[in-house]
Design a binder for this molecule. Sequence first.
Ligand SMILES: [Zn+2]
Ligand SMILES: [Zn+2]
Length: 381
Amino acid sequence: MTGAPHVISSVVDKILVVLGEPFASWSAFVASLKRIPFPIVSLQSQTGWLYLLSSLVVSYVVYRSLKQHGEIPEDQSFTKTAFPKDVYLHRSARVDYRFVLFDKVFRYFLYVPIFTAATWIVYSRTIRALGVGSFHLPDAVAVWALPTFGLLMSDLSMYCAHRLMHEVQFLWAFHEVHHSAEVLTPVTGYRVHPVEELITTAIQSVFIALSAVLVSATTTVDVTRTSIFGIHAITFAFYLFAFQLRHSHIWLSYGTFWSRIFISPAQHQIHHSAARKHWNRNYGFVFAVWDQIFDSIYVPKEREHITFGSGNDHEYLTARQLYFKPFLYSAQELRRSLATVTKRLRPHTAVSRGLAQQPPSTPRQPQATREQAPAQTTART
Ligand SMILES: [Zn+2]
Ligand SMILES: [Zn+2]
């Protein structure tokens, strides 16, 4: 077999090998279970214990400040301020716990192999064309510049994927799972539909593979030696600086200058806001520069009181609804888009078949939800 069919066949073979690896034998299965990164133990995970601890410390500083300025009652305890029952035992938070418990295992067997396979394929094919060490970079430059370039590329890929999820209507159906949370806790960070995870991972793997190609093509030194606990020093510092507060009720802004460079917890809370002026702002993960460049930034000038939710929160009250409803809504969106395209291409035929009498967009669509659902903030508590 030669040419394109051969390439496709070998790519499929590679994917099958990587996907099937954990199931090749019982010992391989047990070994792969052990490799599941426990989100609290691993400091590569955004919910690593050190980052949770640092967020707790910052929460305490915020608590002292609120007390000093008389914004909370004098006798209100720290526990009650940081872990209010109406947030952590809210029905939305309880759905998060159930969803994430199942999803953590599911995602390991599905996303990790696909991510590995896709990255490997893009990397190996590109580096074969270029050749290892084909352009030499001085070691000192390579050690610092290449990992930073990799981090920027990975962050840019997340920005692109996130924006796509908001702007393509049938993809919004999947991303709305994350936005339908009525309260935010650190667990909400994992309230992500598998389809969204797959799409984000696929886009990210291409960017990461091309960054890895750049490393192999320009240096032979170990560029990972500048990382801390397996992640880039900037990411480590970013996680350490109260990263977990982005999915919480605690407001923490980095100020108007730093908020244009890094996404603060307050800026991500604004991204979750139900208020119209906040819609489709602050897509960034680590860096705010992408939002700055592509004109989607919102920097709060003062503390804002935010109601979280997408406007369709009442449709996502169980873990099962979180998994299955997006497929239904996405299919509806696709059908509607198809009908619109058909109508544009063949307007007379479309009218005669009744497609012109399609009902107006339901509030499921991001555009409709974003532009037509008027009083969505008032419906929530
Ligand atoms: Zn979003
Ligand atoms: Zn979020």
